[in-house]
Write a protein that binds this ligand. Sequence first.
Ligand code: SF4
Ligand code: SF4
Length: 112
Amino acid sequence: MSTEETNAGHAEHHSMQPASAGTRKRGLAQIRSECCTGCRICVQTCPTHSITIVESELNFNGIAVVDMQHCTGCNICAIDCPWTGVDMFNPDGSRREQTQYDKQLRRLRGYH
Ligand code: SF4
Ligand code: SF4
């Protein structure tokens, strides 16, 4: 099995797992494999270069996978993904609702 195949399986496994509660001090992005189109927008916008595209049986374009070690939980990938392909989690493992970063989205878009 190639490295890419291994990573793809890894990505799909993690996409279904909640963020590990209590082990992080920062938030975390996780890809919804079933929604990701492999469009690569998040790869380009992630400030810490924490997202790569790996081969997947789910999509011929591949799907995104987040490097948990380098993700800062900044929300930018979740804001920019056109396909609701990113879930954000708080450090305690709870899901971060989009309303929690709607204000950040408006600021990034220059609305205020
Ligand atoms: S922006 Fe969304 S759909 Fe595109 S690669 Fe990233 S997670 Fe997948
Ligand atoms: S939350 Fe921020 S640091 Fe983490 S993968 Fe998304 S854009 Fe990158």
